[in-house]
Design a protein around this ligand. Structure first.
Ligand SMILES: [Fe+2]
Ligand SMILES: [Fe+2]
Length: 133
């Protein structure tokens, strides 16, 4: 599995694209690690998802509020869903440590959710933002 950045993921809002690329490169690094390396990296990934990624969501939400994006609620709802998934995986990780199941689930969820969200939800939002900026 490889999750290299490609042009179908570009939203056209440079600040958000830079953040998406950073998120992709971190997840991609995890995906391509050997299992013993993943066990060491997964804690950092949880910190990254809970820090950088949450800040990124906040940034998008600020833009949506500033430019009165009509689909703000449903977009924010997807961010909240990610947060819920993240929280339950993080809780499992805190209780059980870096099991193979948790590593795989975190990886798959991050990859599937992010690609789908960026390619559809973020792109729609960015098209709107660009028309208002
Ligand atoms: Fe988003
Ligand atoms: Fe995003």
């Amino acid at each position: 599995m490889d999750i290299q950045w490609d042009s179908s993921l570009t939203t056209g809002v440079d600040e958000l694209d830079d953040q998406h690329k950073e998120i992709f490169s971190r997840i991609n690094r995890l995906v391509n690690m050997s299992h013993p390396e993943k066990e060491k990296e997964i804690e950092k990934i949880f910190r990254f998802l809970g820090g950088y990624v949450m800040d990124h969501f906040t940034r998008e939400e600020e833009y949506m509020i500033r430019y009165k994006y009509p689909d703000y609620d449903s977009h924010k709802g997807e961010h909240i869903q990610f947060l819920k998934n993240y929280s339950s995986l993080k809780k499992m990780f805190d209780q059980e440590g870096a099991t193979e199941l948790i590593i795989t689930a975190t990886q798959n969820q991050a990859v599937d959710w992010l690609i789908k969200h960026i390619r559809t939800t973020d792109k729609q939002m960015a098209a709107y933002l660009k028309s208002k900026m």
